[in-house]
Design a protein around this ligand. Sequence first.
Ligand code: GSH
Length: 206
Amino acid sequence: MYKLYTRPGSGGFVVEAALELAGAPFERVNVIKTARPDPNFLDISPLGQVPVLTLPDGQTMTESAAMCILLAERHVDAALAPVAGSHARADFLRWMAFLSSVMYPAVLRYYYAPRYTIAADGADVVKEAAIAEFERGLSIMDEWLEGRGWLAGDGFSTADIYLLMLAHWHPEWSEVQGAWPNIERVCAALRQHPVILKLNMTHELW
Ligand SMILES: N[C@@H](CCC(=O)N[C@@H](CS)C(=O)NCC(=O)O)C(=O)O
């Protein structure tokens, strides 16, 4: 059985969605946010961050994108991603990497701004730059979605769920809905999905 260390409102959302969609049995461990993370948790997550996924054989991994890609590999029938070797697979990998290496860090800089400056009054500037970078990424993704149903291939993948999660973390979510209509179209479709609806009861993305 998998074990997912997570917390409501965190990046655990997309991994939990992948596990649910795969029908994979898993135990959810709620990691409470504290100023000093539990040393036992730091053993499996050196940055003290969620999500962390423990695989059925006991191996532990961090990094939400890696978890989603692994779950797609292990639960092929759930169609969490375009099949390996397909044209759409390259798009899927591209957007998973973009979401986790460009979009997620940008939004983290907004919510953890004091970490990214040594100036006592620097946080506001960090926040402003973070949102500008996040929105630059939203524009790139919105343009890609023009004339396409989903980020990669003919059906939704964990890349779209990842986008839904991050887009809803924009501090002014209603602005995203108006300014990036293709992203909003993808999000609106996913918001109807029973698994996403159920997860939203705890994660409260919207
Ligand atoms: N690169 C990591 C980022 C994980 C991350 O930043 N998680 C946040 C919650 S969304 C966290 O645990 N932050 C607590 C902290 O950094 O102290 C991933 O993709 O899983």
